[in-house]
Design a protein around this ligand. Structure first.
Ligand code: ADP
Length: 266
């Protein structure tokens, strides 16, 4: 649809811009951090005031470097490395990491479907998408709550696929991340995927989490959709296309064709 086209053009333009800026910035920050380290070693001053200034400068420079790393990742300087994946296994293997990043107040539940189809996606990027979504969920649940990660084989029919994603019917593996948090107002939801859109305070949110998820999923030929109810919670559904030669599949076309040619015919 036109809205989706506009979104991807916007992503691309901002991606190129931030990529260029982040790259130059990163080089300059490397000079700053290196010089600070040298300075620190040279003056080697035990005076706490001096220490504090150096530590503060170092801390700021390192945090800026971490931000430029995120910007570079966002502008996708590094190419995707897709693999045949079992999303259930990936979720199971990531759950310790997820549990750690959502903290003690939030309960993590996983509901993993049996007989899940395989997908073709970059595992590191998928883990980082799940982490982004988990952190958003945690931020929406100040007083604690429940984070549920669910997997499912999903057959999208023409009507749904067309209305939501502007594509024809297809088979996908769905990963849904649901929280019991504050939810999103319609005007927040409308902009949630925009790069740099954040409702969080300065220093807490970059506004890049969801646009990163969006960019990665689109690059993987998938789809992503937010369902949210203010005061109730939010579900983000990721759809990754089913892989058809992953070993757990019905007879391939070649076999079916052989049947049609007479092997199994009447
Ligand atoms: P950031 O988390 O840095 O703000 P994102 O792109 O990940 O950037 O999210 C953009 C905005 O969307 C958030 O600031 C928040 O307002 C809203 N949002 C995202 N996930 C959720 C969620 N699970 N529940 C409520 N609001 C959310």
């Amino acid at each position: 649809t036109e809205a989706q086209l506009r979104q991807s053009q916007k992503m691309e333009a901002i991606g190129q811009l931030t990529g260029g800026i982040a790259h130059d910035f990163n080089n300059m920050l490397a000079v700053v951090i290196g010089s600070l380290e040298l300075l620190d070693r040279k003056i080697n001053d035990p005076n706490p005031a001096v220490r504090r200034y150096i530590d503060a400068a170092m801390d700021g420079a390192k945090r800026s470097a971490a931000l430029t790393q995120r910007l570079l990742a966002f502008s996708r300087q590094q190419p995707l490395k897709p693999e045949t994946l079992d999303a259930n296994r990936l979720v199971a293997e990531t759950s310790e990491l997820l549990r750690h990043s959502i903290g003690g107040d939030v309960r993590l539940e996983t509901v993993l479907a049996g007989g899940l189809w395989r997908v073709h996606a970059d595992p590191n990027q998928l883990v980082s998408a799940l982490l982004n979504l988990a952190v958003n969920a945690r931020d929406a649940m100040d007083g604690g709550g429940r984070l549920t990660i669910e997997t499912q084989n999903a057959h999208l029919d023409d009507a749904y696929a067309l209305a939501n994603f502007g594509v024809c019917a297809g088979q996908y593996v769905m990963i849904a991340i649901t929280d019991t948090g504050r939810g999103m107002a319609p005007e927040v939801m409308a902009r949630a995927f925009d790069p740099f859109f954040t409702t969080k305070e300065v220093g807490r949110g970059t506004g890049l989490g969801l646009s990163q998820v969006y960019g990665f999923i689109k690059q993987s030929s998938g789809h992503v959709k937010i369902y949210s109810e203010p005061g109730q919670g939010t579900t983000v559904k990721i759809y990754l296309p089913r892989m058809f030669n992953g070993g757990d599949d019905p007879p391939s076309r070649a076999v079916a064709d052989a049947g049609a040619a007479g092997t199994f015919g009447e």
